[in-house]
Structures are given as structure tokens and as C-alpha cells.
Design a protein around this ligand. Structure first.
Ligand code: HAM
Length: 428
């Protein structure tokens, strides 16, 4: 029987691995450019870390089991609770604001579909210990800088942002407790994906709010931009404060160079339970794919998990949708194996010298290949070409007798005899 990977899990053959390392390489480089430090945590955590903290959507998708020590455990479906647990445990000793990033593999038992698998790699960037809106702008800017570095422009992708505090000031959740508010967010989160009537029914049946209030809640989403909201709700001081904050957020992002990549959108609320402020999601402009990235402010999570009061803001960007988008736009580098040198022995008798040269070149940092069993010279040249060798050294009996090696540059075909000593010692 031929074993296959489980549904929703990927085998990374070298071409797919090259895509993954291209994406994660840019993520890491951009994170460093913005002064974030890398961390990691365990892939398996106590189940209770996720229950109630992340919200029903993620909890319903957990890979969880009881381990041999009778512990209820789960594979991490997201990084944020792990981050909150760790930061809370050492909060006093860490320089604030904390600027950390990570690239964990995450596991969610989702219905597999385009852009949604059961494992993915997710770039997490978070700032903890800063409530200023500059922190919110900074994390979104990092996300957009990475997309820009991968070759995507403001015509390809857009970050739609909003603020849960604004929605609350506009009356979302009025008269209900935290549970009802969360249920309302979960319903609104689907507003652009499902018919309005379905959302209305859900507000009534799941969130438990009356039909008239449900209509009033839905009416909030007829306003498309901040100016319209200012006109409609300008009399409320608390709404104005939120609108000002969102305007400052947009203005800072524009100054950081990402005005063309960002737009206010009142329907963005996010599905996770712990967000308390700004929220955003990044989509392809054509609207063909699922979200590339999502994040926001979560000022109470550290208190809930670790009894430490520390405001926080961050995001997660997955490799799946992003990889699809880059492939669609022709922005993935061609995968081609590469080597600096391929060494060819004309007869088996030259192999000992060939091995010595291979050792010397590798010690100097060059990528060196050679056939592991003897083959004719033509076959070896073919192999050198297929493996992307830039230069070839041919070790023949007559040349070696004269203390020489034939050096060929594959691209130009230029060939000359060179002293063997040059390859064994000194500079190459
Ligand atoms: P999330 O929206 O659940 O947020 O995931 C963030 C991103 O991860 C999504 O936009 C998507 O690109 C990718 N993603 C999520 N699930 C899957 C899946 N099943 N298959 C492929 N890609 C997926 C969070 O996880 C938050 N913890 C992010 C965060 C960090 N918020 C603050 N800090």
C-alpha cells in the first residue's frame, strides 16, 4: 500500500520547499528590518490554553487528545495564546514595548478547501506593552512591507481595517454582555461572505438579540467610510474619539508608505474572541482568495491568561493563500538547483585527487558536487548541467600527470588548463 499525506497536510518536495523558504526568508528579513526578535514555543500545549481564550471557531478546529500522562493537550492552532502565556510569565524582566516575531507551523482541523489546509506556517508579529496607535500602525506596516518585498503592490492587495471600539460606541452589543457581543462579532465577520438575511437570522437566533435591534446593528454597516460615519454620528463624543483614532492610524500608515495598500472597512471585525481594538485583514484586490493575513489589538488577553496587564497588538500571516497569490502573479522565483562546482573524473584513478579538491573547495565555502560512482565523461557533464553547476573541473590522467586540471565555465563554455595546486590550496 502506498502511504499518502493526510488530507490538508503537505509534502514539501524541493520545489515546494523552495517556495516556503522564499516566503519565510522574506518574513524574517522584514521582521529584522523593523527591529523584531524571533522566538518560538512548543507545538503541543495544554488544551485549556485555547478553550475560552480564542473563541469557538478555533476551539472547534482543535487537534486535541489525552496524552499518556492523562493530560488534555492540543496541537497549537495559533500562536497568540502561547505568546501571551510566555510574556506574562516573564513580563517584569522584558524591555517594553516587546517586539517579537515567530514562524510556527499551526494545526487546525478545518474543512480543507482552497487556501485552507489543516497545517500552515504563520508569520506572527506582535508588539506588547504599548497602547499608542503607533504600535497598531507599526505592525500593519511590517505585514505590508513583507508583501511589498515579495513583489505585491497596492493594486494586488489591500489591508481593510476597523476598530471594535468604534463598533461598540456605535451601539454594537448595547444592552448585552460580553458573550452576546462576541456572538454579534462572529455573525458580522461573515457579512461579506453570506447573504444579509442569513446574518440577520444568526443575530437573532445565535446572538439572541431582538429583530429590531438586529436591523439597527446591520444598519451600521451601510456607512462605507470614516467621513460618512462622522456625518452620521458626529454628535457623539465617544464615536468621534474612535473616528479620530482610526484617522490617525490611516495617516500614520500613509506616512510609512502604505497609503495605497490600506482602506477603512466597517465590516472587518475578525472571528477571534480576544480582540479589543483595531482589527484588520489583508485580501487580494480581486477578492478571489481567502484572507492572507489577519490581526488586531488584544489588550485583555495577557490579563486573562497570565494575570498581567499588558496591552498588545499583532497579526498572523499564513503561507498558503500568499503562496497561491504569488504563483498567480508570477512572483515566485524559478526553482533550479545550484552548485558552484561539479568535479569530473575521467577514470576512477583520479577520484582520490578529486575528493581532495572537493574537500578543499567546500572548506572555503563553495557548493561542490561530483558523481558518487564512475560514469563516462559525457554523462557526468549532463549531470553537472542538470544540477545547475556553474563551473566544472575535469580531472584527466594526462592533465594530472602535468599537475593540471581543466576548468570550464558552463554558461560560456570557456575552458582552460589550470594548476592543480590552485584548487588544493590558495584562492579559487
Ligand atoms: P487567523 O485570522 O486565525 O489569526 O489566522 C491568520 C492567517 O493565517 C489567516 O489570514 C490565513 O492567512 C492563515 N490561516 C489561518 N488558518 C489557516 C488554514 N487553516 N490554512 C491556511 N492558512 C490559514 C490568528 O491566528 C491570530 N492568532 C493572529 C494574531 C496574532 N493576532 C494577533 N497576533
Amino acid at each position: 500500500m502506498l502511504h499518502k499525506a493526510l488530507p490538508g497536510f503537505r509534502d514539501f518536495y524541493p520545489p515546494e520547499f523552495a517556495v516556503r523558504s522564499h516566503i519565510t526568508g522574506v518574513w524574517r528579513e522584514i521582521a529584522h528590518r523593523f527591529g523584531f526578535e524571533e522566538y518560538d514555543g512548543p507545538p503541543l500545549e495544554a488544551l485549556e490554553l485555547y478553550v475560552e481564550k480564542s473563541g469557538e471557531e478555533i476551539v472547534g478546529q482543535l487537534y486535541n487528545f489525552v496524552d499518556k500522562g492523562e493530560r488534555a493537550v492540543a496541537l497549537r492552532p495559533e500562536m497568540t495564546p502561547t505568546l501571551a502565556r510566555r510574556v506574562a510569565a516573564r513580563a517584569a524582566g522584558l524591555r517594553k514595548p516587546i517586539r517579537w516575531f515567530s514562524v510556527p507551523q499551526l494545526f487546525r482541523y478545518e474543512r480543507t478547501q482552497r487556501g485552507r489546509l489543516r497545517e500552515h506556517f504563520q508569520w506572527n508579529v506582535d508588539i506588547l506593552g504599548e497602547e499608542a496607535v503607533a504600535a497598531d500602525a507599526e505592525v500593519l506596516a511590517v505585514a505590508l512591507a513583507a508583501l511589498q518585498a515579495l513583489g505585491l503592490t497596492g493594486d494586488d492587495v489591500v489591508a481593510r481595517y476597523n476598530d471594535r471600539r468604534l463598533l461598540e460606541r456605535l451601539g454594537l452589543g448595547a444592552g448585552g454582555g460580553a458573550d452576546r457581543l462576541l456572538a454579534t462579532y462572529l455573525a458580522i465577520d461573515k457579512l461579506t461572505r453570506e447573504p444579509r438575511e442569513v446574518i440577520r437570522d444568526r443575530l437573532v437566533s445565535v446572538a439572541g438579540i431582538g429583530a429590531t435591534v438586529a436591523d439597527a446593528v446591520l444598519a451600521i454597516f451601510q456607512y462605507r467610510d470614516l467621513a460618512e460615519l462622522r456625518l452620521a454620528f458626529g454628535k457623539s463624543e465617544s464615536v468621534l474619539r474612535e473616528l479620530d483614532r482610526l484617522e490617525a492610524y490611516g495617516a500614520q500608515l500613509a506616512r510609512l508608505g502604505f497609503g495605497a495598500y490600506t482602506a477603512f472597512d466597517p465590516t472587518i471585525v475578525r472571528g477571534l474572541a480576544y480582540y479589543t481594538g483595531t482589527v484588520f485583514e489583508i485580501f487580494d484586490r480581486r477578492g478571489e482568495l481567502r484572507a492572507i493575513c489577519g490581526g488586531g489589538r488584544y489588550d485583555n488577553l495577557l490579563r486573562n491568561i497570565g494575570a498581567v496587564s499588558l496591552p498588545a497588538v499583532g497579526f498572523g500571516m499564513g503561507d498558503v493563500v500568499l503562496g497561491e497569490l504569488l504563483a498567480e502573479r508570477g512572483l515566485l522565483p524559478a526553482h533550479r538547483p545550484r552548485a558552484d562546482y561539479y568535479l569530473i573524473a575521467v577514470t576512477e584513478a583520479e577520484r582520490p585527487v578529486l575528493l581532495q579538491v572537493a574537500g578543499a573547495l567546500r572548506a572555503r565555502g563553495a557548493a561542490v558536487l561530483y558523481g558518487l560512482k564512475h560514469a563516462n565523461v559525457g554523462k557526468q557533464f549532463k549531470d553537472a548541467d542538470a544540477r545547475g553547476a556553474r563551473e566544472v573541473l575535469v580531472f584527466g590522467p594526462e592533465e594530472l600527470a602535468a599537475g593540471q586540471v581543466v576548468h570550464r565555465v558552463m554558461g560560456t563554455g570557456e575552458e582552460r588548463r589550470t594548476p592543480l595546486s590552485e584548487w588544493l590550496g590558495g584562492g579559487a
